[in-house]
Design a protein. Structure first.
Length: 419
């Protein structure tokens, strides 16, 4: 069944069938090939996946992100980041990196981050004399920091299939996210020095900066509250997601006073559409996962690797290569849901911590978001910057190289994934 399913899925992807539909159809063809398992199993698996209580965290975190980024709060966060960074060499580029860290604690989605920040910051950076392709590459890569800073939608998906605590994943993602951000800020500085981009002669008053920080503080506080609530067991991830929506509504209504009924409806529709897309992929992945489990494919792969490869280092490198390759054509949700059931038993067999594996997977597949041929944040950023895709890709290499160094550090230094 597994071979038929994989072959069918590859054919459907070549035919440009949407991933969610391709997963369900491939699983159905695999079951039909077996001949002994009723096709109704696929429908049952697709339906059962929607009945998970922890799954409710996805739409609520998405709604909280759209509520907070769609109004005055988003503008205040961008203003704070730009004022704080533009005095430094490569500051306008670094603003995108810092904003991704701040926005990561609100949206949880790299694609949403790339769209929201790119539409505002890329035209601003171009006016400061930075090449469009460089602005696009900077935006495409920085947006991926979002998936490491809690709340992270990919981390929630990985937790659902691995049995790892969402709180542990959120906490463990903070240090790698900050390391990735610091490395990208260094890249922005290095490029500016090498190409002779001068610092902006802008005076920033401390009082003005403090005022912006004060108005942005409620949003910056949200990821801290999330981590505290989850770390000390005050609330489950689903409860925290609902509290995040309530917190976002209170901020928009009472603090910023910019929430209108029209914007609320638009945010609800936006979050609903995004949730629907992710849920379809999750439902299809559940059917595929059942077929893999029925054929015992993950266990067989773990046994084969353990029998033929004795070095855990080689196994970890092999896992990274596979995740990088899979992340190029596939988006993060389907890739996590497909690779998770296969790699978790393999990680257990070599003593690799599941939380560390989760971070490796998120970083690997995040890199795939800006890697051709199907880099989502790469396409979005190039479109906003109106830069040729080939030129933007050539500007990616310094960021890609730094991201690979961070990935290797996370893969082989467990202390960086403390939770």
């Amino acid at each position: 069944m597994t071979l038929v399913m994989i072959f069918s899925f590859c054919i459907l992807m070549v035919l440009a069938v949407p991933v969610g539909y391709a997963l369900i159809i491939a699983a159905g063809l695999g079951v039909l090939f077996n001949g002994y398992v009723p096709l109704s199993v696929v429908a049952q698996q697709v339906y059962d996946q929607t009945q998970s209580f922890p799954m409710l965290a996805l739409p609520f975190f998405m709604l909280a992100g759209t509520l907070m980024l769609g109004g005055e709060l988003g503008r205040q966060l961008l203003e704070l980041a730009s004022r704080a960074m533009q005095r430094w060499r490569g500051g306008p580029l670094s603003t995108t990196v810092v904003s991704s860290v701040v926005f990561g604690g609100v949206s949880g989605s790299a694609v949403a981050n790339a769209s929201a920040l790119g539409s505002v910051l890329i035209p601003w950076q171009k006016r400061h004399g930075f090449p469009p392709a460089l602005c696009a590459a900077n935006n495409a890569t920085s947006a991926v920091i979002d998936v490491l800073i809690p709340p992270s939608i990919p981390m929630i998906l990985y937790a659902l299939i691995s049995g790892v605590s969402v709180g542990d994943l959120f906490i463990s993602g903070v240090i790698p996210g900050l390391i990735m951000a610091a490395s990208f800020v260094f890249v922005c500085w290095f490029i500016s020095v090498r190409r002779g981009y001068e610092a902006q002669a802008v005076k920033v008053r401390k009082r003005e900066l403090a005022s912006l920080a004060l108005r942005s503080f409620p949003a910056i506080l949200l990821p801290i509250v999330i981590i505290v609530l989850l770390r000390f067991g005050f609330a489950t991830p689903t409860e925290v997601s609902v509290l995040s929506v309530g917190y976002s509504l209170l901020l928009s209504i009472l603090f910023y006073r910019d929430l209108t009924w029209k914007r609320f409806c638009e945010n609800m529709v936006e979050a609903g559409v995004a949730t629907g897309v992710v849920m379809l992929v999750i439902m299809g992945s559940a059917a595929v996962g059942w077929v893999l489990t029925f054929d015992q494919a993950p266990q067989q792969m773990a046994e084969w690797v353990s029998a033929h490869i004795s070095s855990p280092i080689v196994i970890i490198l092999m896992m990274n290569v596979i995740m990088l390759v899979v992340g190029m054509p596939l988006d993060m949700p389907p890739a996590i849901l497909l690779l998770g059931p296969i790699f978790v038993p393999l990680a257990d067999s070599i003593g690799l911590d599941r939380v560390q594996l989760g971070l490796m997977m998120v970083i690997n597949l995040g890199i795939g978001l800006y890697t051709p041929p199907i880099g989502t944040t790469l396409f979005i950023s190039s479109s906003i910057a109106k830069a040729p895709l080939g030129t933007t890709t050539s500007e990616l290499w310094p960021y890609f190289g730094m991201a690979m160094l961070v990935l290797l550090a996370i893969s082989f230094v467990p202390a960086l994934t403390i939770y």
